[in-house]
Design a protein around this ligand. Sequence first.
Ligand SMILES: Nc1ncnc2c1ncn2[C@@H]1O[C@H](COP(=O)(O)OP(=O)(O)OP(=O)(O)O)[C@@H](O)[C@H]1O
Length: 260
Amino acid sequence: MTAALEQPLLQVRGVTKHYGARLGCGDVSFDLWPGEVMGIVGESGSGKSTLLSCLAGHLPPDAGEVRFDVDGSLRDTLQLTEPERRRLHRTDWAFVHQHARDGLRMGVSAGGNVGERLMAIGARNYGEIRSQAADWLNRVEIAAERMDDRPTAFSGGMQQRLQIARNLVTGPRLVFMDEPTGGLDVSVQARLLDLLRGLVREMGLSAIIVTHDLAVVRLLADRLMVMKDGRVVEQGLTDQVLDDPQHGYTQLLVSSVLQV
Ligand SMILES: Nc1ncnc2c1ncn2[C@@H]1O[C@H](COP(=O)(O)OP(=O)(O)OP(=O)(O)O)[C@@H](O)[C@H]1O
């Protein structure tokens, strides 16, 4: 067994964030293992986005630790130096936003959006960058002839697929996703979900996915955390939690979906 498999990729302990007197998320702890996908579900205001922001280093928590496997040892990401943090965000971590425009450069061509990430980690050969960008556009089902178009000329679903290509092209070890299928038409959502599932399996991605859509976690997540009022009320294997929910709130969440 390699060292990477003997310890979690991400270790979260006691992460807490308040907004003034209001609790954003409270005392959240879990381990994420390499190749594992964790889903975080809960109704609006339950603290999912706050937690994701704290985990991804976008928001400093009031308390707690977020340790990530850096070169074989678990380092508290809140204590990293600025260059170390930047390196982490460019190489090992990726963040897929709900709104593609938050994760894309809208004034740059589709190929440029993907190629830029490669250049940020040191790629310099133009031909090589363009061919890798073309390969990734193909993987996310964007036709090669759209490579020089700007994302503003793309549909919502295409923009989201482009954002995914931009994030995955550098082979990150951990991907944070905030409602990756939110705000899209149902048929577009289904196709995107299918694509994401293929990529997650093919690349053995480790990911943390926030969603209010149980269909998303059913398809993508190995494990599930259910949040309510900033707290984790239930966690476990996705199928177990969804098929046999123990907490009253999870039961409500599952049954309200079934009634739709
Ligand atoms: N910037 C902020 N200032 C003050 N309170 C905030 C802020 N952001 C979130 N909150 C509060 O923190 C709690 C958790 O909100 P959060 O956005 O994390 O929930 P969520 O589950 O992601 O909701 P949604 O699905 O609607 O995005 C809520 O009570 C919310 O009102």
